[in-house]
Design a protein around this ligand. Structure first.
Ligand code: SAM
Length: 209
């Protein structure tokens, strides 16, 4: 079942007026800037089993903490983040240069809905339920088989997390973490929809006789 999280982003979502004022001017924005705590970042990357073969994409990368943790602690091959906030992206680039990690860490100052997601083997999200809902068709279309999608606090509605049935999550220090595997996360739903539609067709053709 969904957990009642004490996470600040969840609490903000409860107050629409307040949350709209923090959402930012950019109409493409689907979440305000609230960083994931570092222990949650580590748990996300651990659950997604990030390792040396992985290309990690953080959609809405904030200050880049997921990118740096993926490279420095989980030894990922590459970590690429997208964010609408120019200042945050500049800081990530500066920090990556200081650590001589510019070939491994990239911060792209643009709308992630315009990015090509196919190179990613792990996608991290800390957005909102409505943001995930908008992103879902793109994830289903572009992500390659085997990609792990890990979402902090907000489910991708209609997908089944790897740990159990739809809606269930790992609970870590009052944070919900939803781990999905492409395409298993939505194959069950598609198979169910396909069989329901073929059942409907059979019933319709029976009554047309
Ligand atoms: C809740 S923060 C998450 C930051 C980081 N991923 C973390 O977990 O610490 C969400 C971020 O998504 C960014 N964002 C929202 N919509 C976006 C979009 N369409 N394209 C790029 N970035 C977006 C916001 O600017 C914000 O920095």
């Amino acid at each position: 079942m969904f957990s009642t999280s004490k996470n600040p982003l969840t609490l903000l979502s409860l107050n629409r007026t307040f949350h709209n004022s923090l959402w930012g001017e950019n109409p493409a924005s689907v979440a305000p800037y609230v960083p994931s705590p570092y222990d949650v970042v580590r748990k996300m990357l651990e659950l997604a089993e990030v390792g040396p073969d992985d290309v990690v994409y953080d959609l809405g990368c904030g200050d880049g903490r997921i990118l740096f943790t993926a490279i420095l602690e989980f030894k990922a091959k590459k970590a690429i983040g997208f964010d609408l906030n120019e200042g945050l992206c500049k800081n990530i680039k500066k920090k990556a240069e200081e650590l001589q990690l510019q070939d491994k860490i990239q911060a792209v100052n643009s709308n992630f809905f315009l990015a090509d997601l196919s190179p990613a083997t792990v996608i991290t999200l800390y957005l909102t339920t409505s943001g995930n809902e908008k992103l879902k068709p793109k994830l289903e279309k572009e992500s390659r088989a085997g990609t792990r999608v890990i979402s902090h606090d907000f489910p991708v509605k209609g997908w089944s997390p790897t740990n159990s049935t739809e809606g269930e999550s790992f609970i870590y220090h009052a944070h919900s973490l939803y781990l999905y595997k492409i395409p298993e996360a939505y194959m069950t739903r598609q198979l169910t929809e396909d069989s329901a539609s073929s059942r409907l067709q059979r019933i319709r053709s029976f009554f047309r006789r």
